[in-house]
Design a protein. Structure first.
Length: 148
């Protein structure tokens, strides 16, 4: 245990605390002393016990307000976290849906390419047949012209 000499309301006190906590204890007592001195200046000399009680009430009020704010912030953080999880879930659902759509589009694209290939072969065959018929027609026409 460590000992800390402090001055409060003009009086010296020796307090004990865990080793390594001396600076923290001094910090707390400085804060309490400041509050006490301010109240003493604001309210005048209404008695040390009454000033100590009012100081304690103010410090507890600050503590409970801080605690309430912390709880509120925790709730806000939880709500935000829940919304983030929901959003994340929606993003993954959307991603999965788009991947499925891409897969279907890719399949449709492949089928369309095959159909284009078949049509190309069919058109080439038609063109070849038409070219053959035109060639035959020209040959017949040339034969008929040469016979006359």
């Amino acid at each position: 245990m460590a000992n800390v000499n402090i001055k409060f309301n003009g009086k010296d006190f020796l307090l004990s605390c865990d080793d390594g906590q001396e600076e923290h204890l001094e910090e707390l007592l400085t804060h309490i002393n400041e509050k006490f001195s301010k109240l003493k200046n604001d309210l005048g000399n209404i008695g040390e016990n009454k000033l100590l009680l009012i100081t304690s009430v103010q410090i507890m009020d600050e503590y409970f307000e801080t605690k309430k704010n912390v709880e509120l912030k925790k709730k806000e953080l939880k709500d935000l976290s829940d919304k983030f999880r929901e959003l994340k879930s929606l993003v993954y659902e959307y991603k999965d849906k788009k991947e499925e759509e891409m897969k279907l589009l890719s399949q449709d694209h492949e089928e369309f390419k095959k159909e284009i290939g078949k049509n190309k072969e069919g058109y080439e065959k038609i063109i070849e047949e038409a070219a053959d018929e035109i060639e035959n027609f020209i040959e017949k026409a040339n034969l008929e012209n040469s016979v006359q």
